[in-house]
Each structure stands twice: as C-alpha cells, then as structure tokens.
Design a protein. Structure first.
Ligand SMILES: O=C(O)c1cc(=O)[nH]c(=O)n1[C@@H]1O[C@H](COP(=O)(O)O)[C@@H](O)[C@H]1O
Length: 312
C-alpha cells in the first residue's frame, strides 16, 4: 500500500491528505436540516449529516488528492450510528480510488493490539470464514506501550500489505510534556523515532517502509532531526493550516527525492467555506470551497518545496 500511496502522490503531484474530521458545527445547515428531517435530531440524524457532508467533499476533491484521513473520534461521538458513517466513508473513499488512513491512534497490550489490528487493517476469523471489519489501508498507532503493542499491527500490515503511521512527535501544544523529556540525555521523541526507523528497516517495500511516523508540522526543527533519523519512513505531517504549521516549515520533512512526507489538513479543507478568502463560495458551495482549498494547499506546499530546492 505504501507503493500505491507514493505512486498516487507522484501522479497527482500532491503530497497531501484531506482529513475528514466532520464536526457538526462545520456542516452546512441545509445538510443538517435534510438529515434531521429524515432521521430526527438523533444520533442517526447526525450520522446521516456527516456522511452527506463527507460525500460532498470527497466528490469535489478525489481527483486532486492521493489520500484521506478520517479521524474516528469525530464519528465515534455518535456511537454505533457514527461508526456506520465512518465505515461508509472508508468504503466510499476506497471506491473513489483514494488511500484511506484510519486515524484511530490505537495501541495496547499485545493481545488487545492484535484485536485492533485485525478489526481495522486485517480480517477476523469466524468459524471457517474471515471478514474485514473497517478495512482501512493505513492506521495511526500510539507507541506508548512499547514493541509488544506495535508488533501485532506490523504483523497484520505485513500479511495484508497495509501500513502504519506511528506517533513520534505530535503537533499539539503539550506534546513536549512527555515526548521532549530527556532520557539518557536525548529527547524521548528521538528514541521513539529511532525505534520506528528500526521497525521500518525490517519492513521495507522498495525504497520506503510501510511503517511510517507522525511528526507534527508545528515543530519543524524536531521534524528536521527526525527526517534524518528515519530516512526510510514516510512521515504523516498534521498541523498545517488550522494549527499554524506553514508550508516553509514542511520542507524539512521531505527527503532529497522529493518524497517521504504527506501533509494533512482537516479543518483547513473541510471547513474552508467558513474561512477568510473563501467567502464567495457560501454554505451551498462548501464542497467547491474545499476543492479550492486543496488547490491552494497543493500550490503553497509545491512552491515552498521548489523555493527550497527540494523539488524542481
Ligand atoms: O495522528 C494524527 O493525525 C495527528 C497527530 C498529531 O500530532 N496532531 C494532529 O493534529 N493529528 C490529527 O490531525 C488532524 C488535524 O486537524 P486540523 O488541525 O483540523 O488540520 C486531526 O484529525 C488530529 O487528530
């Protein structure tokens, strides 16, 4: 799957991911009203609204982007109905040819991680049959529990030809509380990055590993160090746009081959119609505003990469 992701990034010349984090406050009133009329102001009504909203964005952007990243919490808050909307979104994006990164941030003791891995990336066995559960292409994973919490995910990825993005240095303001703590004189995120590089080197697919990392756009100096520590790992970079990450910060996350990083924007794309500069679209053309925001993001990153000499 990492090869498919890289192939799509190259073909579309777009190292970007659209984050499908559909909070109700971003959904146009007319979509919510129609969903509530059909299913009431209920969990099912909310789930219908987020599905319709997502479909609009995917239809308007799928020809420009290699991948999407649905964030499962935004669906889980609506219980089972929300999870059904998550699964509908995953399936629809795959039908449209998009690579789906399930932002599930799981990780537990080995046996529990194995169940998460089976449910999201692999197949569960029931008698003589086996079934895919959510069937995303990649998943985000939390490494706090150590190797035995990660290995079951790697095993399933190996079998299914899927991939992981392991949290190394997150984009949020408090990420340093634990991640930057010095351990034997070195920040913890560097030690985690080295471990990701080690797991990655054991699980290669041509030039890159299918074991990647998450490093936030909001810490570019750390990103620079981590890029060097994990040369074969793809880096998923959240934090561009709504969290303040700038295109010029992102150049550090790429390798000299112009590859190695894929940048996420969620609110900056899906709620573009509410943002400054996109007023002309209005609520009814929210999906066109998202399309324009994808084009703008792509140009912004491309021009920073060209300026810095990473790509020509
Ligand atoms: O794993 C992630 O995707 C992630 C890691 C991280 O360090 N920071 C981070 O913001 N994210 C996710 O990336 C998305 C960022 O959303 P926006 O800030 O709206 O672009 C959310 O889905 C976050 O959960």
């Amino acid at each position: 799957m990492i090869q498919q992701l890289i192939g799509k990034i190259q073909k579309m010349n777009a190292p970007i991911v659209v984050g499908l984090d559909p909070m109700l406050e971003y959904i146009p009133e007319y979509i919510k009203q129609a969903a509530y009329e059909e299913k009431g102001e209920t969990l099912a009504g909310a789930a219908e609204a987020i599905w319709q909203f997502n479909k609009g964005i995917v239809d308007a952007t799928y020809d420009l982007i290699p991948a999407v990243k649905p964030q499962i919490a935004m669906y889980e808050q609506f219980g089972i109905e929300g999870l059904i909307a998550y699964k509908r979104t995953v399936d629809y994006c795959k039908e449209k040819g998009l690579v789906v990164i399930g932002d599930i941030k799981r990780g537990d003791i080995g046996s529990t991680s194995a169940a998460y891995a089976v449910g999201h990336l692999g197949k569960v066995k029931i008698g003589n049959n086996s079934y895919y559960g959510f069937d995303e292409d990649f998943a985000t994973v939390n490494p706090y529990l150590g190797s035995d919490g990660i290995k079951p995910f790697i095993e399933v990825c190996k079998e299914e030809k899927k991939g992981l993005f392991i949290l190394v240095k997150t984009s949020n303001p408090s990420s340093g509380e634990f991640q930057d703590k010095l351990v034997e004189g070195r920040p913890l995120y560097e030690l985690v990055g080295e471990k990701v590089a080690e797991w990655g080197s054991e699980h290669m697919s041509e030039d890159y590993s299918y074991i990647g990392a998450v490093v936030g756009a909001t810490y570019p100096e750390m990103g620079k160090v981590l890029r060097k520590l994990m040369p074969k790992s793809y880096i998923l970079v959240p934090g561009y746009g709504a969290q303040g990450g700038k295109a010029e910060d992102l150049i550090h996350y790429f390798n000299k081959d112009g590859l190695g990083a894929i940048v996420n924007s969620s609110r900056g794309i899906i709620a573009a119609y509410k943002a400054k500069g996109y007023e002309k679209f209005g609520e009814s053309a929210y999906a066109d505003a998202s399309r324009q925001a994808v084009i703008d993001m792509k140009e912004d990153i491309q021009s920073a990469l060209v300026k810095s000499g990473v790509v020509r």
